[in-house]
Design a binder for this molecule. Sequence first.
Ligand code: CA
Length: 540
Amino acid sequence: MRYATTVKPSPNKVRQTEQLDERQVKNDAGGFVYDIGIWGQLDRFLILGAEGGTYYCNQDKHVKRNYTALKACLKEDGLRVVSRIKDVSTRGLAPKQDHALFALAVAAAEGDLETRQYALASVNDVCRTASTFFYFLEELKSLRKLTGRAIKRTIKNWYDARDVDQVAFQAVKYRNRNGWSHADVLRVGHPSPNGDASRNALYRWIVDDKWTPEVSQPAIVEGYLAASQASSAKEVVKLITDYKLPREAVPTQFLNAPEVWDAMLPHMPLNALIRNLGNMTKSELLKPGNAATKLVLKKLEDAEYIRKSRVHPIQVLVAMKTYQSGHGMKGSGSWNPISAVVSSLDDAFYKAFANVEPTGKRFLVGVDVSGSMSWTSGLPGGLSACEVAAAMSMVWAATEPTVEVMGFADRFVDLGFTRKMSLSEAMKKAQMNNFGRTDCSLPMIWAGERKHEYDVFIVITDNETYFGSVHPKVALANYRKAFVKDARQVVMATSASNFSIADPSDPLALDIAGFSADVPQVIAAFVGGAKEAKPVEFED
Ligand code: CA
């Protein structure tokens, strides 16, 4: 009998269902992993959200866990929370805005005085459209009373930050969203028009639907009112062209006419464009090789334009999946997808990440294709975590000179990814293999068995590992000892839990929210060798 080795076994003898060290916590699958802490979880929440829960945790529980972490962050440093929300929002890092808007509402309702003030003062930066402003107000309404000077000032600031034409545009485009209209907001805030007759007339029109006769109308209001009276598509086309009307200002009965879409196309913002590709194909505006399709392709291929429009890569992915499926999400009819459009969306995905440059390091990307990754996690378009993980892995597969992509569940899965593969093909291959138990140590073990040298392991996973006979950290340490002593590990999380296979005390390991638009730059900076530190090693 050896008492000491029984109570302190070699790390190589500790299964994932057993605690490797006292810092580890149990994940929802029954394995032991590291806790990323409240700030790490806040980051994941802001990027990934908690909609839909996870494979192991229902939505209510998942949302409440994230709320608890958010409250703990607010208690520790409320201003830091608001700064991070602003950062995520203004840099367009998250595929959806809802989570950041909710977090801002919680800060504005439940933070200390200074935090509440900073949160409300940040509304204008975070809520850049009326739609997001309305969503924020609706969330805030559930958390605190919408009365008092601070709320009135917030509303006034939002409208004052926009000139009359901009407010008019917001009023025409977002008439009614997320349970609010501009009339509702104006009734709560009673913002003064600052003695400006046209602003006064606009506010009156929003609330009473009557225009003050002696004041001239903003062009967009004029165009919108004329379009609502229009009796023919020809008339609507002229109004769209003259007034640059958005789709929301066009009466529904004209939205089947290709010439109407054709008139909107030149000034349509990119995110509206990618969402309406199906509609435009259905109306037969877009046909293979015609002028409108050429214009769409030109826009989708313009890297500068894509970056400026701040469309999130995962929104592009969602648009691609929807368009390729040939039917809309809400039963809005079907179309025959044009293959050139699909492949330019494929290119646009990469362009939507700012500056993806090869680092020249040797990469192994491990994609978790275990059963739990089939969860949709509230991602738009019903994309599963596994599909997004596969698409994300292509960022390195397509750009790095030395890279391999492998799949894993409870064993190695040959996904057969290649550099030239399309995103849809990669997603399909991953989806076909999306089942089984989970062992996140497999990328490092597989690399060691093949005796291949890698500088970087990227593991894309929900961190619900439990099946392996060694912990991922131990597999990494063994790999470093035998092959590349400073091999780095990046864990790209696909759900907003507090779990990570990365040891937070390992300076060569990094945990990041996996669907953030800045993931490629963050990883490039991390693997570029900026961090000078000794790798963690085991003694056994
Ligand atoms: Ca799993």
